[in-house]
Design a binder for this molecule. Sequence first.
Ligand code: CTP
Length: 455
Amino acid sequence: MENKKTIITYGTYDMLHVGHMNILKRAKELGDYLIVGVTDENYDRSRGKLNVIESTNKRVKAIEALDFVDKVIVEKHKKQKAEDMQKYDVDIFAIGDDWVGAFDYLNEYTHVEYLPRTEGISSTKLRKENFDIIKLGVVGLGRDTQAFIDESEYVSSIKVNRIYADDFLVVKQFTKDNDKIMYGHDNYEEFLDTAIQAVYIDTSLEKHYMLIKKALEAGKHVLCENPLAIDKDELKELLSIAKREKRVLLSALKTAFLPAFNQLLKELNKGIIGDVKEVRATRTSLYREKDYSDEFIAQGATNILSGATSLLVNKVLGKRKSITFFDQEESGYDISNLIVTTHKGGAVGVSTVATGIKSEGDAVISGTKGYIYIPSPWWLTKTFYVRFEDTHKSYTFNYELEGCGLRYMIAEFASLIQRGNRKSKMLTPKDIVGINRVLIDYADSKKEKEKEKES
Ligand code: CTP
């Protein structure tokens, strides 16, 4: 067609509704060819839109099915709009008038048109009408409890309203100081007997197994600090109870749910650096400086810190074939551990964790064609660099990370419950077992060593 006028518009289009249909029709009427950019879930989450119900794929398919839409693309990052304007030789950028002024900067590339929005409907409203708010209780008052409560404020589908801890005075003080928490309990059975649908467990790790077991058996969904258990059979049992009770059971490994971390895995799956041959990740923290209790430090560097490094190794290299520990001990617990794993195709994982040594907390994923570098602190993934021998081909991904990162994990936990989906793709039961097993194997290797010493 000669002088074909191309229009472009963008949106999330979650639970496609009449407001979306109207604006898309209005946009099409401005010209001949309508391109719709649907936001990628990682991009949405990185810009603070945490409660989207439908996957990118599902939302793309719904827009593709509209006969007045000519092309659907996926929007992955902030700068993409300007790139698309040039790539598709766009004549008009159209968007609802709730955005007036926000996209004026695009006038440099094309004509920007704000169109009237349909009153009385939005995806937010539909989500509220279709899904009840999940009531959640916090178990134990650990390191991350306050941050968890604060971050949950950003997830509109969840409300933290109760806490449980075994010390009555501590509970009383906490509820007094914290106006968001209405009820405190020092009896676990009573706490579980309330209307909460989910619990977040943040206690010392030897208590995890029993607390998780009781919560699942009481029909609650469980999010628990890593590790879920420190015994192979106990872990197996917990996973099978979750399956039987049709409940979500998730390790609270926040890195697994970060938008940039998930984008990194997507890029790797595309094979951009060829076959991955090595993953190196370091995580160290001098807890003493932060005044943590001796009891906590005595849980050992591997127990406290290896969750994130094992997550990366496990996600990128898959199941391991062998594991070797090079630990350094002080007063009976490990202050550092260099964990070497081997995987399919001879690939190697090297995790370094330490609470008694300080080092650079970065990660490198090396492949046959290039490598990815994640600067410190890599477990709070924001930026990652994709690098090649030919440096001109190298590029960078940069995502926002809101708050301390916990809100992405809380949002995924809530979304699984709302959708009746037991398993998260971001952290599957298989991933959880792989990560948890590192601690279990380490504990076993220590027992072996003790036995050898005795004999
Ligand atoms: N839109 C509209 N009328 C509505 C809702 C949305 O015209 N009642 C338009 C927006 O202005 C935007 C496009 O539809 O141009 C996609 O918006 P999106 O943010 O995906 O939809 P919302 O319903 O506003 O979603 P949310 O409530 O999650 O912000």
